[in-house]
Design a protein around this ligand. Structure first.
Ligand SMILES: CC(C)(COP(=O)(O)OP(=O)(O)OC[C@H]1O[C@@H](n2cnc3c(N)ncnc32)[C@H](O)[C@@H]1OP(=O)(O)O)[C@@H](O)C(=O)NCCC(=O)NCCS
Ligand SMILES: [Zn+2]
Length: 252
């Protein structure tokens, strides 16, 4: 009898279906009724939209510093009226020290989120290897947070991809390519402020010592929807067929 009761209890616990919701912004699936789960989501969501804490002790001399005007929605008078306010913020872009474990850990932490959003597998990790001196990680910093990241690969050739169909153009290899964009990411609330383009400018100016690369020497790894738009705007070319082509490569 007792055993049966216990059995039933176990059964009961397993049967409760906790409804899982998928956040439309950060894409995380979680059960809002489970407190620990909701808390994990809240933390992840904040990092996804606002960036990851970047302690001052990790700051190096910036490669580029500039100001942008950020548009954000502000709720006024309770829920009655929402308007857009503009705020001027200082932005720094820096690279990381491959010998500094805390730098490596931080970038890996951001990459986890990036790979999750892109549904991508692990990246090549050339950015952390001293064997590849031109492969780097660039971070975008605002007010103590890393709000953007770009990791690069050392490559020497690429292929054309038709932007609209994602088909790779056969039998054509581009030589003289120097840098591959392995991952590029801007946190959700900071998108469409020109920051990815600023990151790419930094990549061109600071990858190969003493040389400023041309846009045509950069290719993209597995461009996502947003990545495709960025690549198209950055170094896409219009083929005589009318199709836009973007330079891509396959990560090892
Ligand atoms: C792709 C991503 C990095 C773009 O960052 P961003 O800072 O918003 O891009 P920018 O503001 O610098 O825009 C650069 C260009 O790309 C275009 N673009 C980028 N994202 C776009 C979008 N969602 N819709 C329309 N255009 C977009 C812009 O029009 C702009 O071109 P323009 O200067 O000719 O107008 C960002 O959306 C992101 O992190 N997405 C998720 C991760 C991802 O997809 N990474 C790419 C992997 S290949
Ligand atoms: Zn979320």
């Amino acid at each position: 009898m007792r055993e049966q009761a216990t059995d039933r209890k176990v059964q009961y616990v397993l049967d409760i279906p906790f409804k899982r919701t998928t956040c439309r912004v950060c894409g995380m699936a979680y059960s809002s009724q489970v407190r620990a789960d909701a808390e994990v989501h809240r933390k992840y969501h904040t990092q996804f939209t606002n960036g990851v804490t970047w302690p001052q002790s990790l700051n190096l001399d910036p490669l580029s510093s500039f100001a942008i005007v950020r548009r954000e929605k502000s709720k006024q008078l309770g829920k009655l009226k929402s308007s857009t306010v503009s705020k001027r913020v200082k932005v720094h872009i820096q690279t990381i020290d491959k010998q500094n474990k805390r730098h490596i850990d931080k970038v890996n932490q951001i990459l986890q989120m990036v790979n999750r959003e892109l549904n991508a597998t692990d990246d090549s990790k050339e950015w952390m290897s001293s064997k590849f001196k031109f492969s780097k990680a660039f971070v975008v910093l605002v007010e103590g947070k890393a709000i953007g990241l770009c990791t690069t690969d050392s490559i020497n050739e690429a292929k054309w991809m038709v932007y609209n169909t994602q088909v790779i153009v056969p039998n054509q290899v581009m030589k003289n390519i120097r840098i591959g964009i392995s991952r590029i990411w801007i946190s959700a609330d900071w998108r469409q402020h020109g920051l990815a383009k600023k990151l790419l400018d930094c990549v061109m100016a600071n990858s190969v010592y003493g040389q400023i690369l041309r846009k045509s020497q950069i290719a993209f790894s597995q461009p996502s929807y947003g990545g495709g738009l960025l690549a198209k705007a950055f170094n896409g070319v219009i083929h005589k067929s009318g199709e836009t082509l973007i330079p891509v490569y396959f990560e090892k």
